[in-house]
Design a protein around this ligand. Structure first.
Ligand code: HEC
Length: 116
């Protein structure tokens, strides 16, 4: 596996904890969904996507995607709906997840991705 990359000193800690907590928290019950989403992300998406930076792994790093507001792949606006469509269907380079994840799980993953 290619999880440990040179140049990322924090890798040896196993779990990477940012010095500062993310500034924005929706705090309206979404954090439980985001926590579930993180687990799913680590299992299903983390092999191809970094969650803690925007560098390319197999696919683009997803850090900051919500703040940026647009997909790098197609310039679409980042919304619950566009993320859902993307995750369900993938594209030529990313596998579709509609037969892999339950709709509720896709929602949770979206809640998590939006916190990145
Ligand atoms: C087998 C590798 C792979 C897996 C697993 C994978 N992706 Fe992707 N993903 C990609 C690739 C490759 C792209 C870029 C597609 C392109 O350039 O056309 C991408 C693109 C994306 C994008 C668009 C990013 C941008 O900046 O435009 C999002 C969002 C995304 N993936 C989310 C997910 C989520 C959420 C999961 C888990 C449910 C996931 N991906 C699982 C390979 C993967």
């Amino acid at each position: 596996m290619c999880r440990v990359r040179s140049g990322i000193p924090a890798a040896k800690h196993g779990k990477w904890t940012p010095a500062k907590a993310p500034a924005k928290k929706s705090g309206n019950g979404n954090s439980a969904a985001a926590a579930r989403g993180k687990e799913l992300f680590d299992k299903k998406c983390g092999i191809c996507h970094y969650a803690d930076n925007d560098q390319k792994k197999i696919g683009p790093g997803l850090k900051g995607i919500s703040k940026r507001g647009t997909f790098t792949v197609n310039n679409n606006k980042v919304t619950d709906e566009s993320l859902k469509t993307w995750i369900e269907n993938g594209d030529t380079l990313m596998p579709p997840f509609k037969d892999v994840l339950e709709p509720a799980q896709i929602k949770d993953v979206i809640a998590y991705v939006k916190t990145l």
